[in-house]
Design a protein around this ligand. Structure first.
Ligand code: PLP
Length: 417
């Protein structure tokens, strides 16, 4: 476990900016990682370096060649990081924009009379794209209901509604409201068992920071992440697409190379920052394992992150030291079950007698950053069936500590009528 290696948590924390203080507020504990994770110091340096370079790609000069090499290196790094041995990576405006682009492309190329399948657990990024482009392309949309009690949708749930005419499928890897991770490979398997040529697009945005991306094992066609949610910075999204999805007719410049999916001039710094992210996982893997191969080290880092985050969420739910856990506090309700093995570093709660926004404000006043999820167009799909207007989302990452969890528990213990 990360925290059992002496000095490792401190080493990890030293690599991130604003780890224990907010430049606007002062000292604070950061439990708002699902809204945007902390940024690596290397990413900040790299971003400043490339922001200063005026040159464009595709010119015959030394700077231009260097920029193209850096982009290609980042793409190669991403394929190790996310274990994608075929297909390609490209950047777009955001994770949302890339999900729309992939889903739109798959829908408008689908055979007439086909169907699009997706689940009510999804973030509106993929659900909205699938619903909208299904309608425009005259495809029926099939909704797979998630289970309110577990905050999950399973392969069996998809299988029950699969038919051979399903041409496009969307899958959420991890929910930013319940915090639960779906079994993407199992869901893709049941989809392909009935509709082998279906284009399967995955929203990996919430899952990415919690380690263990393995595209080769999923058998899907598209996977989107938002770099600011995985230790890079704001301003862009990253998508991986299979060779099959690459080859579909898609938005691009007339007579441009058929495989190109990028729009306009690229920000080399956005790619270079992903090399920093991959370098970080590689470094972490070296700290927690004896692996010599880069992919194996990244995999080891992912396992270590998951195990440590589970340790932290267990401490939050079951208690730590002499502090009771959230499940011991009668005034607190935990969404999607206290003992849910699918949890990925996130605990959503309600506090009896307090609107969630008030709890978030009170915690902020004590220097603890969390976030409210409301039953709006982002989270209503999960909260409304539970009869909730809102909840408090506590989202952590592997740089958080048990001591921070204890401070949260102490604050919540006393927050009752
Ligand atoms: C699962 C999921 N999908 C999509 C998004 C939207 O991401 P972005 O705003 O980076 O496009 C989020 C953001 O919270 C998310 O958690």
């Amino acid at each position: 476990m990360l925290h059992q290696t002496p000095g490792l948590i401190e080493e990890i924390r030293s690599r991130f900016a604003h780890v224990d203080a907010c430049p606007f507020q002062g000292p604070r504990i950061f439990f708002e990682n699902a809204g945007g994770a902390l940024t690596l110091n290397t990413v900040i340096d790299t971003s400043a370096k490339f922001a200063a370079i005026p040159d464009n790609q595709g010119r015959d000069n030394v700077a231009s060649h260097a920029l193209v090499d850096i982009i290609n290196r980042a793409k190669a790094d991403l394929s190790v990081f996310m274990n994608a041995s075929e297909g390609q990576f490209f950047v777009g405006e955001s994770g949302t924009e890339l999900l729309f682009r992939m889903i739109r492309t798959a829908c408008v190329n689908a055979p007439k009379g086909g169907k699009v399948i997706g689940s009510s657990i999804e973030h509106p990024a993929s659900r909205s794209a699938a619903r909208r482009w299904a309608e425009i392309a005259s495809l029926d949309y099939v909704n797979v209901p998630h289970d309110d009690a577990t905050g999950l949708v399973t392969a069996e749930d998809y299988a029950a509604l699969m038919t051979p005419d399903v041409a496009v499928a969307t899958i959420l890897h991890a929910s930013p409201v319940t915090g639960m991770g779906m079994d993407v490979a199992a869901i893709a398997r049941v989809i392909r068992a009935v509709a082998p040529d279906c284009f399967i697009i995955v929203d990996g945005i919430q899952h990415a920071a919690h380690g263990q991306m393995d595209i080769d094992s999923y058998d899907v066609d598209g996977y989107a992440i938002s770099p600011y949610k995985v230790f890079s910075r704001h301003g862009y999204g990253i998508a991986w697409i299979s060779n099959r999805l690459t080859a579909l007719p898609h938005d691009q410049l007339i007579d441009a190379p058929a495989n190109g999916w990028e729009f306009g001039t690229r920000d080399t710094g956005s790619y270079a920052a992903m090399t920093d992210v991959v370098g970080y996982f590689d470094w972490l893997g070296g700290q927690v394992s004896e692996e010599t191969d880069r992919r194996d080290r990244i995999r080891a880092a992912g396992h270590a992150i998951h195990a440590y985050e589970t340790h932290l969420t267990n401490a939050m739910i079951k208690g730590t030291g002499n502090l009771p856990g959230l499940s011991d506090m009668d005034h607190i309700t935990i969404l999607a079950g206290a003992d849910n093995p699918a949890r990925e570093g996130l605990v959503s709660i309600t506090v009896e007698g307090f609107p969630s926004a008030d709890v978030v404000t009170r915690l902020n006043q004590q220097g603890i950053r969390t976030h409210t999820r409301k039953a709006d167009h982002y989270s209503g799909n999960v909260l409304i069936p539970l009869g909730l207007n809102d909840c408090i989302r506590i989202s952590l990452c592997h740089y958080n500590t048990e001591h921070e969890v204890a401070q949260l528990l102490a604050a919540l213990k006393d927050m009752k009528l």
